[in-house]
Design a protein. Structure first.
Lengths: 641, 248
């Protein structure tokens, strides 16, 4: 797959001036829509996670006519619900030196200098309002005996700025947004469509004007028109088949939009979490994350010799390799996510991995139990140990856990400007679906912050500015609508008519393995070229040999799956191309060719300090570069020695 | 291990439905229950048969989408465990497992094991919220909340809306679900202004949807994967009565 280079992106629409004034300036310059007109303006929001749920609710509160769509049976089930750890906010309730500027600084640096300063600063500013909003909605955050909110530190931050609700922060925040959304549904401002999947974007006169969706119960293909479309459809980690995403998470909505002209930015930036429960067999359907906090007391090791099949407790101390402590004596088991993940991969590649398939390393609590006592360990990690035992059937109090890295977040997504508008006018993208705020690596507890910042506070302002012109929009072109609907029906027909010999899942597994091997934790030119050769072959095989049972006019989960897998093939190709072109290592993107003498990621700021925004054209992908300027945070190389 | 499954098959709301027997071989004890069904479905698709439709999404016990009656118990034999977190090591070679959908009048079967739980959303619409438009909130520390109240509110708020409580209840009551939300919001100072109207509206909506009444059998809390306590229902009844008396 080849690409050509297009015009650079010059303007991201961020206001000029001191960084702390930019969002204020934008809010004031944004035009308003008079309340009587809002009632006549239609907005479509696809997805009901933290970003989509909060956006639909807020737009409804403002008086717009909103239609909201989700593929689940209720908006309360979007995968934001599974986030465990917490949400960052620069409240400085601890008086420990936190500030908006510090959160901004940490996020830019954590993103390995591949995020926009203006966006990140705004995110840090808005973070404080999110906590206020959530508390007022009744989100039961953890509190101290004095009745004030508790916080904890997270992901190596030096301040305690993470608000949490036990290990279920995502659930509680999502239920807050969901309750606001249900309130608007009752008020009649939001029309909810559950069990509907977006399959196409409708563009008319150059503007996003609607979507084609499939009613997943009846199979009916429906068209919904509007003055603007908001995509809040989450990340694309399921391209790897195995990830910590929910089974239904997919790329179809953003990929359809990309095919229709929306640029896709930094598709190769994927975050891999080091502590997940390893794969146990070929039937594995998803991976489960275990909180990173376990590394505070667990020691990571593998046998010194490869192919050591002795039961774990029979391996003597001097035949164990505590490799993180050996390679990183200063940080030991607490090295950052990407480094811990890669090191685990390396020892397994050497044939020293443990458990089924040799893809796992031990996380051992024996020392912690000896030092602190079983009770203390149980107090700290009891619920995690229980979850581990439920899934593996092994008791982590008497034998070490087995862990392995897994995909769990994608920093890349549709390109958006400062207003969160994509390169298609009227198409706005929020939450994990866009690429905006995390650069090449997201900090822990920042995904919830970004989703809610976009939905409650940023989008409702910037979308209003766009909609101030709504009365001047041309009438929607019927031919465009008909063409989009026909495209969807043709595609469904095509999937059903192949009638081959392999299921969609079997193709998905094969694609996922290919991506994991060549576009996963460590990428090389050779591997990426191999993947780019193999993906089109596999895709051709899919369209020749996939078997989808049943018909369209029913609840047909095989058909749903096949459609999503088809889009994953195309996305996978772009991810590999992006990873191949970016010959530097940065954040979640590690190119083996770009490392220093100690094996650490080596950025190449001279050549790669830009956002890679890909445009889809009939002649192949076109790369548009958006240069990143750092006026406030000085670019430095990360070091953990 | 080899198992016999008896799975409820129903092509749509108008079909009568029936249990269909499937033999399934080489089930690994490390599989999750849903992975075992994935294997069955792959086989059915390749044979050109209709795979068993079932709801599932996160597969880590928090989204509330999975919903199966397993051998007559909502979410199966493990306590505090959703269907997706149930693993096959709890079964042995030769076992027969009966799998059915939630059964309750307000949860009509959509297909096979998939039911329509939108009644739950409508109960929340009736009042399961605090009216606070985005941007109107005071500082989060303006109102301290006693830790014990916050903890109790959290315990009630962990409800995942799966509907197991309804499926298990001999009366098909949605009391535990409704009471969990009324308790969560009613324990917090932010939830006080709407406390009475919320309880009334939600209870009335619950009745309107056709859910049965509560007779304190406790089946709901026994199968609840999040262990929502039964005393939330007493709280709901108290709030409801108080609000009814006030407004007559």
């Amino acid at each position: 797959m080849n690409y050509t280079q297009g015009e650079p992106i010059k303007d991201t629409k961020a206001p000029e001036g001191p960084i702390e004034d930019r969002w204020e300036k934008r809010k004031f310059s944004a035009r308003l829509v008079n309340p009587a007109n809002k009632r006549k303006i239609n907005v479509i929001v696809v997805g009901t996670g933290l970003a989509g749920g909060s956006a639909a609710a807020t737009l409804g509160e403002l008086g717009y006519k909103v239609k909201s769509f989700c593929y689940q049976d209720s908006p309360r089930r979007a995968h934001s619900i599974a986030a465990q750890g917490g949400i960052n906010a620069a409240k400085n309730y601890r008086g420990d030196g936190d500030s908006i500027y510090r959160l901004f600084y940490d996020t830019v640096k954590g993103g390995d200098f591949r995020a926009r300063e203006s966006n990140v600063y705004r995110l840090a500013q808005v973070s404080v309002n999110i906590i206020d909003q959530a508390v007022a909605q009744g989100v039961p955050f953890a509190r101290e005996y004095g009745g004030l909110l508790d916080t904890r530190s997270f992901g190596g931050a030096q301040v305690s700025r993470t608000f949490y609700a036990r290990g279920q922060t995502g659930q509680q925040l999502l239920l807050g947004a969901y309750s606001a959304l249900e309130r608007q549904i009752a008020a009649g401002t939001v029309e909810m469509h559950t069990r509907h999947e977006m399959l196409e974007l409708i563009i008319s006169d150059g503007r996003a004007r609607g979507v084609v969706v499939r009613d997943m119960v009846t199979g009916e293909v429906e068209t919904h028109l509007a003055d603007a479309v908001v995509l809040a459809t989450g990340g694309y980690g399921n391209v790897f088949f195995l990830s910590t995403n929910a089974k239904g998470c997919n790329t179809t909505a953003i990929w359809r939009a990309h095919q229709k002209g929306a640029m896709f930015a930094n598709p190769c930036y994927t975050q891999i979490h080091p502590t997940c429960i390893p794969v146990s067999g070929d039937y594995q359907s998803k991976l489960t994350l275990m909180s990173e906090s376990l590394r505070n007391d667990g020691r990571v090791w593998v046998p010194v010799k490869g192919g050591d099949t002795r039961p774990v407790n029979e391996i003597p101390e001097d035949e164990r390799d505590y490799y993180l402590e050996r390679i990183y004596p200063a940080f030991g088991n607490l090295v950052p996510r990407d480094i811990a993940s890669r090191a685990a991969k390396n020892v397994c590649d050497e044939g020293r991995g443990v458990g089924p398939g040799g893809l796992g390393v031990y996380l051992d609590f024996a020392d912690a139990i000896a030092r602190l006592g079983r009770d203390a360990v149980e107090k700290k990690y009891g619920n995690l140990f229980e979850m581990y035992e439920r899934i593996t059937g092994e008791d982590p109090y008497t034998q070490p856990m087995r862990i392995y890295p897994a995909v769990h977040y994608t920093m890349g997504g549709l390109w958006v400007d400062y207003d969160l508008q994509s390169s298609i006018p009227g198409l706005f993208v929020i939450g994990e679906a866009n690429f905006s705020d995390h650069g090449a690596n997201r900090l822990g507890a920042s995904a919830l912050m970004q989703g809610l910042a976009d939905g409650y506070f940023v989008l409702p302002t910037t979308l209003g500015d766009y909609l101030a012109d709504a009365h001047k929009f041309d009438a929607i072109d019927d031919q465009q609508v008909a063409a989009a609907e026909i495209a969807v029906k043709d595609r469904i027909e095509k999937l059903l008519s192949v009638n081959g010999t392999r299921t969609a899942d079997s193709f998905h597994r094969e694609l996922g393995k290919l991506m994991w091997d060549y576009c996963g934790m460590e990428r090389t030119e050779e591997g990426l070229r191999k993947a780019l050769e193999r993906i089109p072959e596999l895709r051709a095989e899919f369209w020749r040999d996939v078997k989808v049972s049943g018909v369209n006019e029913e609840l047909n989960q095989a058909l749903e799956r096949a459609g999503r897998v088809a889009d994953f093939f195309d996305l996978a190709e772009l991810m590999c191309l992006d990873a191949l072109h970016r010959t530097e290592s940065c954040g979640g993107h590690f190119r083996a060719e770009s490392q220093d003498a100690d094996g650490e990621a080596l950025r190449d700021d001279e050549h790669f300090a830009y956002v890679a925004a890909w445009e889809s054209t009939p002649d192949g992908p076109v790369l548009h570069k958006e240069d990143l300027q750092y006026e406030y945070v000085k670019m430095t190389q990360r070091s953990y020695k | 291990m080899n198992l016999t499954l008896k799975v409820w098959r129903q092509s749509g709301p108008d079909d009568d439905g029936r249990l269909v027997r499937y033999e399934i071989e080489d089930v690994s004890p490390d599989m999750s229950f849903l992975e075992m069904l994935d294997v069955l479905n792959e086989r059915l698709i390749l044979a050109g048969d209709d795979p068993v439709a079932f709801d599932h999404d996160c597969r880590e016990g928090i989204c509330g989408m999975c919903s199966m009656m397993i051998d007559g118990v909502a979410h199966g034999p493990q306590k505090n465990t959703t269907t997706c977190q149930l693993h096959m090591r709890h079964y042995k070679d030769g076992d027969t497992i009966v799998i059915e959908p939630w059964r309750a009048r307000p949860f009509p079967v959509v297909k096979d094991l998939v039911v329509d739980r939108s009644a739950f959303d409508r109960i929340i619409q009736a009042g399961g919220f605090i009216s606070v438009p985005a941007g109107s909130a005071p500082d989060a520390h303006a109102t301290p909340v006693p830790k014990l109240d916050a903890d109790d509110a959290f315990d009630a708020a962990t409800c995942i809306g799966c509907g197991a409580c309804v499926a298990a209840c001999p009366n098909g009551s949605a009391s535990l679900f409704t009471a969990a939300k009324i308790t969560h919001l009613g324990l917090l100072p932010q939830g006080q202004p709407e406390r009475g109207s919320r309880a009334r509206a939600m209870v009335e909506q619950m009745d309107e949807e056709g859910f049965g009444g509560c007779t304190n059998t406790g089946e709901c809390t026994a199968v609840c994967p999040k262990g929502i306590p039964l005393d939330t229902i007493a709280r709901m009844n108290a709030d409801y009565l108080k609000a009814s008396r006030k407004s007559g």
